[in-house]
Ligand binder design. Sequence first.
Ligand SMILES: [Zn+2]
Length: 405
Amino acid sequence: MDHLRRPHFGKSHSHDKKDKDGRRESSLGRPVARSIKLDMVVESPPVLFLDSPQHSSGSLFSGRMQLAVTSALPTTIKSFTLAFRATTSTKRPVGDHCKDCSSKSNDIKEWKFLADNAELATGNHDFPFSYLIPGHLPTTSHGHIGSIDYKLFARAETANGEVVEYVRPVVINRAIRPGNDKNSVRIFPPTNLTLNVTLPSVIHPIGDFPVYARMSGITTKKEDTQIRWRLRKLTWRIEEQEKFVSPACPKHMAKVGGEGRGIMHEHTRDIGSDDLKSGWKTDFADGQLEGEFMASIDSGLKPQCDVDSPSGLKINHVMVLELVIAEEWAPNKKPNQATPTGAARVLRTQFNINVTERSGMGIAWEDEQPPLYEDIPASPPGYRNEIDNYDGSELNEDVDQLRLS
Ligand SMILES: [Zn+2]
């Protein structure tokens, strides 16, 4: 029996256990005399919400809180509580170095295991608990400005004033299950160019994904000659966009103009990119080009999944495409004898992408629920597609080489 019990009783929790009473006594140089110990056994799989905050049915967390009376005599417990606590914190507090501006916690769920000076015998006492963590909660996130963390926080106090605390972080992930690929169309007036892009409905922080692109309208034919655009370079970039509204504590509320207000901070970074100079097929007779390439997020950059929290943190992602196209001229009778005109343009556009964890990490609580159907999404918002003159030296060199050959 002892070998079964030892992992629960003998384990060190120097990182997440704070024994206030013990620490105080140590600092006074007296021996630590504790009569109770806390520990936790988690019985449920890692917390994974399936589907969007609007449609997720949450994730069941279950475990046992363990209170061990280590003294030889029974101990009187004044109170023994457990809380599921959400903490939103920021590196950009309204009041400089103000703890209350930097971090805000609230207890979403509380358990009162013992109260009213309950007497506990020497030995271990189990307190089972379970909680269906609501699926609308924002997931654990660690942005550059704001963070969301969850923990289970237990506190026991004996009748003679000994306080023991136990903290267990709970990581909440979300997996949006993949649906049909998303097709998007972008036009670039005044040109005739139309760009069709197909992206997966969800993208994961680890692993690559295919991007299919087709551009039509690249050839404009006149009576004897044709003008056409040749794709010289394609650059893709995945941007992580973070917004955080820093709230103010009561002391610093005047700084933001009153209660319920805050200061908006924004941070954008690239979490994946590449330049492609080949890999597509060009058909000038048909007036279109197409190709597929693999893109990925650099998992070493600690990418965050999409999150939109009422507590002020929002992280979303876009894929930015830049296509450098060069104009060339050719006689219709000899379309292969093309001459670059020297004109070049950059087409720039972007697509919302949904970065989410893979499903199947834990037991799917939802799979026992009736299926949920999402509404057909409304048309995506209009994007500003840009066309710029291209004056990159890189391409000009290429053009020169073409002329020489
Ligand atoms: Zn403050």
